[in-house]
Each structure stands twice: as structure tokens, then as C-alpha cells.
Design a protein around this ligand. Sequence first.
Ligand SMILES: O=C(O)[C@H](O)[C@@H](O)[C@H](O)[C@H](O)COP(=O)(O)O
Length: 254
Amino acid sequence: MQQPKVYSFPNADQVAQALDKFLAQASAEAIKQHGRFSVAFSGGSLPATAAKYLKDNKSVDFGKWFVFFSDERCVEHTDAESNYKLVKDELLSHVPIPDNQVIRISESLVNDSKLAAEDYDLQMSKALGCDIVNQPPAFDCILLGIGPDGHTCSLFPGHPQVEEKSKWVTFIDDSPKPPASRITLTIPVLNQAKNVVFVVTGGSKSDTVKLIVDGRDQALPAAHVAPSEGGLYWFLDDATAKYLTVNKPAEFKL
Ligand SMILES: O=C(O)[C@H](O)[C@@H](O)[C@H](O)[C@H](O)COP(=O)(O)O
């Protein structure tokens, strides 16, 4: 596992500018190497930050992007709680990603999170064109946030989903963060990715980030994210990075 690369910026707007540059380069490299860019988005504040400059970046070949969701609430696609709706509003409705290259939860299954998770796993393996029965899919990029409790995706402290090793998509019906029913990628998938990028701004999680980035406190699910061969990145604002002393922020240069 590589050491995390930590970048810190004066404010969330500059985090968004840097993230735009990072994603533009990562997607260009992936498209050059294997003809597509597979990226998974979390919900919360992440889509707005990731899309702020990216949605107007004319250098990006969005036609070769395949968009997935690191986790998703078990709700209709038009529901205000839907991560698909959030990413659509912030990014998908502004850029030319073919609709059949956006892999979303099946609406017909949102009332059965177990079936929704199994279906999403099948959709994921079909879209990535690989037989992932024996090994997790290798996303080009997975974009993650964290909660104050150190959750990421819908992997929450003290919940069994954090330890799931044989499924690539699992489900939860007692999420401490509403809504209660969700599907989520599992740690083996996150750790197979070529790039995992945490985006945390606002300053309210500086203690949590310290425990994860410096302390690698395994009680916190986000600390389980350690890509075996891929890169691990933290895009933070200065208010969030202020307690880091072991993995101090480095100069951002691509
Ligand atoms: O569906 C979700 O709720 C998210 O995927 C979740 O894991 C989110 O990333 C964190 O809760 C951070 O959310 P904020 O960035 O809004 O604090």
C-alpha cells in the first residue's frame, strides 16, 4: 500500500479547482490506457465539490466515462435523497456522458435492499466487462467522503458491512445516517481501485481526519481504505487538515 498523498487548500473552492485538474488527468490517462474511465461517486457534499469546475472542463472526454455510485440510498431516482439525482443535478445534466454509461440502482428494487445490492453487483460486472466473481473490479477512481464518525460510503462504525470480504456490493437497513436503507461498495472494491480520493472540507471533521490519516484508527471504516496497488489521496481544506502531523499536506502538483 502506498502512503496517502494529502493535499490541502485554503478553501473548498480551491479544493474543487484541484480536483477538476486531478480528474481530468486521471480520466485522460485511463482512456489512453484502456479506452474508458470508470468512476464511482459518493453522495453528501462530494458531487457539488467534484463537479464545480469539472462540469465546464472542455478537455475531458466525457463520452468515455462510466459513472457508478460508491453508495446509494434505496429510493427512487427522483427522490431528493437519491445520490443518482444529486450527481445528475451537479454533473450528469451538464456533460455528455451517455445515459447507458451511468450505472444506477434499479428503481424496481429499492424496497428490497438485498436484491438491489445483488442487482447492482451484476450491473457493475456487466458494465465493466469483466468477470468479477473471483476478484473485485478495479475502478479507475473512487470518490469518497467521510462522516464525523469515520464512515465512508455506507460503511458505518460497528456495523458488519465494514468487514464484508466476499461481496463487492452489500446493503444496510439500519444506517445511522438517514435514510436507513442503502447499498454500498465494500472495502475489497475500494482497495482494488487505481485511485481512491477522499474529499473533506468545512473543518468539522479535522479530528476524524487526524484519526484516519495519521492514526489509521481501524475503529473508523474510512481507515480500512488502503488500496493494495492504487493511489490514496486526500483533498482537504486547511481547516480540515490542521491537525495532521504525520502525513502532512504536500504541494499539489500533477
Ligand atoms: O450517501 C451518503 O450519505 C454518502 O456517500 C456518505 O458516505 C457521505 O459521503 C458522508 O456522509 C459525508 O457526507 P458530507 O460530505 O455531506 O459530510
